[in-house]
Ligand binder design. Structure first.
Ligand SMILES: [Zn+2]
Ligand SMILES: [Zn+2]
Length: 1211
């Protein structure tokens, strides 16, 4: 050291201190690695270092770069935690120049002055060549390309300064005299040749470094004109050549052998030997073109002109396929789109996909701000809607090289091993369009479902399954990648050669996005005038506003967006709405789920508990995807429009509120990842199909529990649901003077056996024989048995088979999963006490036994499991409360007062509010907004018999005593349970809901948001038949007959508000006076119609009267104007002529009398009519003349009909 410092006596103390540090560094870090053959001392080496550093710094010889501190590699990796940039040669101006290149959102790299000394190696240690550069000193090694295991790496922005004497510089050695041209080499490759050859030519293709079964190698192709010679570099010590050559360069490689490739049959390649040398540029001819000229800019690319677009004929979907072209490109990385997926953005608009290259090529250097040069990359135009329009995709013949490192302090995003995305790409041989969709899907799932429902390591598996859902099998590229062909063969063939244009294009909306779309769609689609029928012109204020108070808009999911949509989420039960919901991490949306599209009363396999996870935690639920569903948007409004003329003034809407939900069938749910219970269910179904019968129950018993690490005792009870009541609000007293409202409902069940004790949760596993207590499956039998003894523990206690299960508070969430006729297993966890599931008899007072069933209160920690495999074993018709058809309810004389029936909703009407009746119970769950509109909501449903369209019944439903029931829409099939059957004064049968009533939607109507009748037309009826009442009378039917005469016609103007006569523009009411200025015109006609078999009285109301009288719009309006003067006019038939009580001479009266008896009105006509009263009165005796003879015959009374519609085509 002293000896060394002798040379620098004149230096200052600080300079001497710096020199000491350099000397120590060389001694400790550099010298130990130097080979003894060089024969240098530490002092000599240090002096050599100093002179090179001074020269490189370019400073005057006198000064030393003391501001640069010397650090060893171990110090560097230990202490340098932030990225920085250091250059010995740069001036401050150069740093500033670098900083100016900054991209938005990025700062320039911090400047630091660091001096690193070491050896440049092609691997982390001697003999461990990996084809990349490493800097080593005595204490460690740092990669110049990738960040190994989270550490940093070096980006060499300037060429390193060689500090050893010239003798150490690179000398390839060997003679080049025998170098042959590529043309000759190509000919040589056609035959076998054992001699070693030396070939010179221009590099046209460089493959990435590949590591296949432990062997590292790469390929390059030397070209000359049309000839090409592939070269395989497999020698470990030559792997660093990959860093030294670039496309376009002229090189010469010596000592190569011709060999055949096992993986590329029938082809010969040149293979590098251990003796081979790589020589740069020996070509003298200047004629060949500059490779830089190949570089293209996407701006000059008119995408559709140079693309050889050829549309592959795809039978099922119109997926357009295109050929990509190979280009070279140079640009600046502006964004890392998805590091794990190998997706980058260049120049702010071009996408770069490196996923088809092996991973070690990526990572280091590919930071925003870096300049990158790409050769032989595929140019793709619009391969996916989820990537930039132009995507450059690198494959095994492409080379991507960072030509200038980023001066920006951008984050290094490197992934250690193969990412799951890339593994999926390789395993499934995905095309680039599919891969880009997979990356989109992976990102979306990570955002919305990870980590709550999908673990991070499972995201890619889930994304892969979703990709399977959107791709048909035939659209998948199942051709395995052939790496040699991909790298070497001409013309080039690889998975990126063809690609799909903008496909798959399925968009995944989050639940929130869907809700937002529906919330805006529900009101933007609102058109008040289209909500009201043509009859609106004749409606009073109250009728009109009732008509507007509810409407529905439904859209298929496929129609909500220009691109196909898909929803991914989990199903959950809501304890506040008692509905099924779909949710992701963004939001929750209610669902109505049915078994099938088709209407039908018996639904065997409805949505089961297996779809749901653990309640309240929603862990382990089924992840589902929905592509087919209906978005339903119900609008509830409070309006006070005076008449239909004011419909264009939205200020008459005082409150509005909407109900948004989805409707789908169980069969439309695609399971992406099943819940534990669903796995059991699927497994058992599979076993049934293979083994036939439920054979091995013993084996079943053995393997269960293996999947459940938390073994704990539990007790269970198997029962079948007979019926369930509707959910309703109940007053519950919390304390003496505080009452709260709680939701609750009761289900009546039949126990199929005794309470069982388990040492492990049986979940929804196949039923054990002990559970049904050896009574096999003759379940019906059980109900006649009065009592049954508990086996074992409680042999003394009595179990009554039928019991009431009470669901209160949060347990109401089970409501949507309970279907009459289904079998369930009720489980109480963490207990060995079988008495917890014992129903208690209602205490009998004074020796009086109550008729109600014993009751059991469902606890919130108990679980229910649907036992789906039980369905085929049970005779569903047996006990599940007799569900009748509509016609049976209408006509049966012996039906009990409380009925359950099913049918199709043909109309839904909101009932007008009865003044002054406030609902006694207000919805606890209603939001502030909805409470105004939904409180006291009562509706009338017209329910049609699902088999015969002519039978229908009016059902009055009070929706205010429970949570809102979604899905009560026109066309929906419903089961109405426990409704009160009543008969009106006119003998019309109708039903009213009771607090225990329950409406369940079992079938969905077709989506036609209008009032379009997709239902079958009512049957043709003969009047004689209708009158006789012999057959079960239709309520609605079609009649074809002749108008005998108009019995009466009443035309009047009515006050829209109070209903008094409206005369000359004002209301005629005097006590108290009415200041309404709004009148509506109403008309009513009573007509006698006969069809040969009999006669009927038919009533026509306002809008059908003009059609009856065959008046056009102008004539009808003129008539209204004439009536306006007096307010009303009535003509009627007396004897054979028409007359009027007042002013019979008036022209209007005379016109009406004349019109009504004219042949224009008395004509053949075809009508759709509804029976006004189902009462059949007494038969009449009438004289009938036939020739000279007179008979007295018995005639049934003429039926009274209301005309609903006049069919215009009467001929
Ligand atoms: Zn390719
Ligand atoms: Zn009035």
């Amino acid at each position: 050291m002293e000896e060394f410092l002798e040379h620098f006596k004149e230096r200052t103390r600080s300079e001497q201190r710096w020199l000491c540090e350099v000397f120590e560094g060389v001694r400790q870090q550099l010298y130990p690695l130097i080979s003894s053959s060089v024969g240098l001392s530490v002092e000599q080496l240090t002096l050599s270092v100093l002179s090179k550093v001074q020269r490189a710094a370019g400073s005057e010889v006198a000064s030393l770069p003391v501001s640069y501190r010397f650090v060893s590699l171990s110090e560097l990796t230990r202490q340098q935690h932030t990225p920085c940039c250091s250059s010995l040669t740069w001036s401050s101006a150069q740093y500033r120049e670098q900083a100016r290149r900054a991209l938005p959102n990025y700062r320039a790299l911090a400047r630091d002055n660091i001096l690193l000394m070491g050896y440049l190696y092609d691997g982390p240690a001697a003999g461990a060549s990996d084809g990349g550069w490493w800097v080593r000193d005595a204490g460690g090694a740092v990669s110049c390309r990738n960040a190994p295991a989270g550490g940093g790496y070096l980006e060499l922005i300037d060429p390193p300064v060689c500090v050893t004497p010239e003798a150490m510089t690179f000398d390839p050695g060997g003679s080049l005299t025998e170098a042959m041209s590529v043309k000759r080499a190509a000919e040589l490759l056609k035959q076998r040749c054992d001699a070693q050859v030396c070939v010179s030519g221009q590099v046209s293709v460089i493959s990435p470094l590949l590591l296949i079964s432990g062997r590292r190698f790469f390929c390059l192709i030397l070209s000359e004109g049309d000839s090409a010679a592939p070269v395989l570099i497999t020698e470990g010590k030559h792997q660093y050549w990959r860093q030294c050559v670039c496309v376009g360069q002229y090189i010469c490689i010596s000592a190569m052998r011709v060999c055949s490739l096992r993986g590329w049959a029938g082809h010969h390649v040149l293979s590098v030997t251990a003796q081979s040398r790589l020589h740069p540029h020996v070509q003298t001819q200047e004629s060949s073109e500059d490779p830089e000229k190949h570089l293209m800019d996407t701006d000059s690319h008119a995408p559709d002109t140079h693309m050889t677009s050829h549309t592959a004929s795809c039978s099922t979907t119109s997926v357009r396929k295109k050929h990509s072209t190979l280009i070279s490109y140079k640009g600046l990385i502006t964004k890392v789109l998805h590091a794990e997926a190998g997706l980058y953005e260049i120049d702010g608009k071009v996408g770069l996909c490196l996923a088809y290259q092996p991973l070690q090529e990526r990572g280091g250097g590919l930071r925003p701000g870096a300049e990158i040069q790409l050769h032989n990359v595929h140019f793709l135009y619009r391969p996916s809607p989820f990537a930039p329009d132009v995507v450059l995709c690198a494959c095994l013949c492409s080379s991507a090289q960072v030509t200038a490192f980023s001066p920006l302090s951008s984050k290094v995003e490197v992934c250690g091993s193969h990412s799951p995305l890339q593994r999926h790409l390789l395993e499934k041989n995905l095309g680039v369009s599919q891969y880009l969709w997979l990356c989109y899907c992976q990102r979306v799932i990570t955002e919305r479902l990870c980590p709550r429902w999908v673990r991070e390591e499972r995201v890619c598996v889930v994304a892969g399954r979703l990709l399977d859902c959107v791709c048909d099998a035939e659209q998948k590229t199942d051709r395995k990648r052939d790496i040699y062909r991909e790298m070497l063969q001409e013309p080039h063939q690889c998975p990126v050669t063809t690609y799909c244009v903008s496909w798959p294009c399925v968009v995944l909306w989050s639940v929130r996005h869907l809700c937002d779309w529906m919330s805006s769609e529900v009101w933007s689609s609102l058109s008040l005038s289209s909500l009201v029928s043509p009859a609106a012109a004749h409606m009073t204020c109250a009728e009109l506003n009732a008509c507007l108070s509810w409407s529905v808009h439904s859209v298929r999911l496929t129609a909500a967006h220009s691109q196909p949509l898909m929803l991914v989420g989990v199903l959950e039960l809501s304890s506040t709405h008692a509905t099924l919901q779909i949710k992701d991490q963004t939001q929750t949306l209610d669902c109505v789920c049915v078994q099938t599209d088709q209407s039908g009363a018996t639904t065997n396999s409805n949505i089961s508990t297996a779809w749901l996870g653990k309640p309240m935690t929603s862990l382990l639920c089924c992840l589902v995807c929905v592509q087919r569903c209906t978005l339903v948007m119900e609008r509830l409004m409070k309006t006070n429009f005076p008449s239909w003329k004011h419909l264009d003034q939205p200020n008459y809407i005082t409150h509005k509120h909407c109900r948004l939900y989805l409707q789908f069938c169980v069969s439309d749910l695609i399971i992406i990842s099943p819940s534990a219970a669903m796995s059991i269910s699927l497994m058992e179904k599979k076993r049934d199909q293979t083994d036939g019968r439920e054979a091995d129950q013993k084996r079943d018993r053995r393997d269960e529990g293996d999947d459940d690490p938390l073994r704990s005792a539990c007790v269970s009870l198997v029962f079948r649901l007979n019926s369930k009541q509707g959910v309703m609000f109940r007053n519950t007293s919390v304390s003496a003077d505080a009452h709260t409202l709680q939701m609750g409902f009761t289900a009546t069940v039949s126990c199929l056996g005794d309470v069982q004790l388990w040492n492990n949760d049986p979940k929804n596993r196949r039923i054990q024989t002990s559970e049904t207590d050896g009574r096999e499956t003759t379940v019906r039998h059980l109900h006649y048995t009065v009592s049954l003894l508990y086996s074992g523990f409680y042999s003394a206690s009595v179990c009554v088979l039928q019991m009431d299960l009470h669901f209160g508070d949060v347990c109401v969430r089970w409501f949507p999963l309970l279907h009459p006729g289904s079998v369930y297993r009720l489980i109480a966890h963490n207990t060995e006490d079988v008495s917890v599931l014992k129903a208690e008899s209602i205490s009998a007072r004074g020796g009086v036994k109550l008729l109600s069933n014993p009751a059991l209160l469902m606890k919130h920690q108990w679980r229910l499991h649907t036992l789906t495999h039980m369905e085929q074993l049970l005779d569903t018709q047996s006990d599940v409360g007799a569900v009748m058809s509509v016609s049976k309810v209408l006509h049966s004389s012996s039906t009990s007062e409380i009925v359950s029936f099913y049918g199709v909703i043909s109309q839904r009407i909101t009932l007008q509010e009865e003044m002054g009746t406030k609902p006694s119970i207000q919805s606890v769950t209603a939001t502030k907004d909805s409470s105004v509109v939904e409180e006291g909501l009562k509706i009338r449903l017209t329910v049609q018999d699902s088999e015969s369209a002519g039978h229908m019944i009016q059902v009055y439903v009070d929706l205010s005593c429970g949570p809102y029931t979604p899905g009560l829409l026109q066309g929906a099939t419903v089961i109405l349970q426990d409704f009160h059957r009543k008969v009106s004064k006119a003998c019309n049968v109708y039903c009213r809901s009771l607090p225990i009533s329950c409406v369940s939607v079992t079938g969905l109507g077709s989506v036609s948001s209008g009032s379009g009748g997709s239902q079958s037309p009512p049957p043709m009826m003969l009047l004689g038949e209708w009158a006789s009442g012999r057959t079960q009378q239709c309520i609605v039917g079609q009649v074809k007959g002749h108008i005998v005469c108009v019995l009466s016609l009443r035309l009047q103007w009515m006050c829209s508000l109070c209903g008094s006569t409206f005369r000359q523009g004002s209301c005629s009411r005097g006590q108290p006076p009415c200041d309404s200025s709004c009148g509506v015109f109403q008309a009513e006609a009573k007509v006698a119609v006969e069809d040969g078999s009999g006669e009927a009285l038919v009533w026509f109301s306002s809008d059908t009267v003009s059609e009856l009288l065959m008046l056009d719009v102008g004539q009808w309006e003129g008539l209204q104007r004439h009536v306006r003067v007096k307010g009303h006019v009535r003509v009627y038939t007396r004897g054979h002529s028409m007359m009027c009580d007042v002013d019979p001479e008036e022209p209007l009266v005379q016109f009406l009398c004349c019109l009504c008896s004219s042949n224009t009105v008395c004509r053949q006509i075809k009508l759709t009519c509804r029976l006004r009263a189902q009462r059949t009165g007494k038969c009449q005796l009438r004289k009938v003349c036939r020739g000279p003879t007179e008979f007295i015959s018995k005639f049934p009374p003429a039926p009274q009909l209301q005309c609903l519609e006049i069919q215009t085509d009467t001929h």
